[in-house]
Design a protein. Sequence first.
Length: 317
Amino acid sequence: MKARELLSRGGPFLGLVLVSALFGGLVGPQFFTPGNLELIARQTAIVGMAALGMTLVIASAGIDLSVGSVISLSTVVVALLLRHAASPALAALAAVAAAAVCGLVTGLLVTGLRVVPFIVTLGMMLLVRGAAKGLAEERRIEAPVTWLNDLLRTHAAGVGVLLPTGIWVLLAMALLVAGVLRYTRFGRHLLAIGSNERTARLCGVRVGRCTVAVYAIEAALTGLAGVMQFAKLSVGDPTVAVGLELDVIAAVIIGGGSLTGGRGTVFGTLVGAVLMTVIQIGCSQRGLPNWVQQIVTGGVIVAAVAIDHWRQRAQAA
């Protein structure tokens, strides 16, 4: 049992080491240069930020397929407000608030209609994407350059302390989410709901209120990921982040989360996010075509679900 537990906890990091070593051999020593490692960190910031919120949702036995759409909406909101001379801080806060409203609506629909989150968030994915395209008039929105564009700039460019500012924001939010999940009543309630909703309800947990709150928090973190996506693109793009929700969900499952709820770790989620980024960048630098990258990513997602199923059987045995 100790070996199983050790493998379950250390498996994601071991997988990251093996995949990194594989691409290090395929690409060459330049794969581990400081510049390339910083590139991996910057790419991870977007997936990792959204995955932090998804960790909370999956821990409560939920799921959110609208992540990519919410990120695209956030980039559009930032760009529109900057074009209308709003301050960068106000534009970023408005994007996070718009994303949180989407999550609030999702939570209310899940609890009010008593429909499985998969169906509700599938509908929200299309609804939010359509709203983003409507606001942007189905085109990319150019925006003036502000300090938001420097969130993921390299230290060599004179921005950030040792790491880009966006990476520090990710680490700070990771510590906050880990603290919430481990040390607060709200975090314990989420794990209880994910483990057994009926038992949690009988124990006095306000399941509906917690569900609405967790989707709003998750969407707010996704909105922050959208701000980082804007920093990377420097434009508001309603077509960006299509399919990103699959990378986000895979990162959580690879990191030790369970689709049946009741389990999830922030450290494992970040390791999973880095793993997904390493695969994408490694395939790109190796010169593999896009269809190969999609096959590899799909294989990782299937493997993550298989590992989750194996963990559940091992615990039940």
